[in-house]
Design a protein around this ligand. Structure first.
Ligand SMILES: *[C@@H]1O[C@H](CO)[C@@H](O)[C@H](O)[C@H]1NC(C)=O
Ligand SMILES: *[C@@H]1O[C@H](CO)[C@@H](O)[C@H](O)[C@H]1NC(C)=O
Length: 290
């Protein structure tokens, strides 16, 4: 066996084996660079994985929330899920992918997305020798309903319209437009939250008779690149019904003021007259009502 070089081959193989075994188990933890968009009510996967793709089955995998006092979203340790100290709102909604752990994939599945899931997360992974983490941002979104327009009745010589749209996240902007697409001066936007913490927006406007009598309520959410609108048409006769008020106001201000003065003068003299006779104010009132 001497001199055939097999001992060298053996030595080389041994050395190769040594380097592969003692190679430091360093790894990187990677997540997505872009925010993860999650729709309310849907399920979402928060990506996180090891590079190189070594198994994470025997590692400590911790998903946590940043900017929160309660921090734990999901914990995997000693080959088990340990969620006793999990933030209550995540209870029963988180899971790793057991088959994927072998491939170094520590992505988290989150079911039934809620508004409160919005924000920054960290995926922290630790082996006996090494640890690393990756952060990612979750943006929760909900596209709301088509706006609903209702009539509020006659207001300040015009007609009051109210527009409402529900179920948004983040908060949208609500605007009123005339038939040419110009913004109408409207009241302040009222913002409410529903039981799922989604935004409800409402805004009213007082409209005057125009050429087309078409008015549009538009709800926009620029971050979501979403826009919803509803058009409303008012018949011209509706505006005519607004006119009796205008007429009444006009009568009051032209005829009304002199009439009130005249009445005041009359009362004044009548009171003077009856005081002499010792009559009381009650009689005066009675006289006016007659
Ligand atoms: C790890 O990645 C390599 C390529 O980078 C691929 O060939 C291999 O199948 C992966 N292993 C697992 C367990 O996914
Ligand atoms: C990790 O597993 C999830 C769920 O199966 C999958 O959607 C995702 O693409 C995987 N990521 C990688 C890097 O393999």
């Amino acid at each position: 066996m001497k001199g055939d070089g097999s001992e060298y081959l053996c030595l080389i193989l041994l050395l190769l084996h040594q380097t592969s075994v003692s190679r430091p188990e360093k790894f990187q933890v990677l997540g997505p660079a872009d925010p993860v968009v999650a729709d309310v009510g849907e399920d979402v996967v928060l990506p996180c994985y090891l590079k190189p793709n070594i198994s994470a089955e025997d590692m400590h995998v911790e998903w946590i929330r940043l900017q929160s006092t309660d921090r734990l979203v999901h914990l995997y340790q000693e080959r088990e899920n340990r969620n006793e100290k999990q933030i209550p709102s995540y209870r029963g909604r988180t899971a790793l992918f057991p088959e994927e752990l072998k491939k170094g994939n520590t992505s988290l599945k989150l079911t039934g997305v809620r508004v409160s899931d919005d924000g920054q997360y960290k995926c922290f992974i630790q082996s006996d020798l090494w640890y690393d983490d990756a952060s990612l941002l979750v943006e929760v979104r909900a596209v709301g309903t088509d706006p609903v327009i209702s009539m509020e009745g006659y207001r300040e010589g015009g007609i009051g319209l109210l527009c409402e749209s529900k179920g948004w996240h983040p908060e949208p902007e609500l605007i009123w437009l005339d038939s040419e697409g110009h913004r109408l001066p409207a009241g302040p936007t009222e913002t409410l939250r529903d039981s799922m913490d989604l935004f409800i927006v409402r805004r009213s406007v007082i409209i005057q008779e125009g050429d087309t009598n078409r008015f549009t309520c538009q709800v926009q959410q620029q971050q979501l690149n979403q826009e919803k609108e509803t058009e409303f048409h008012i018949h011209a006769e509706m505006f005519q019904r607004a006119h009796p008020w205008k007429v009444a106001f006009a009568v009051f201000f032209t005829l009304g003021v002199p009439a009130v003065i005249g009445l005041a003068v009359l009362i004044h003299y009548h009171v003077k007259l009856h005081r002499k006779k010792g009559e009381t104010l009650i009689h005066v009132c009675y006289w006016i009502l007659k």
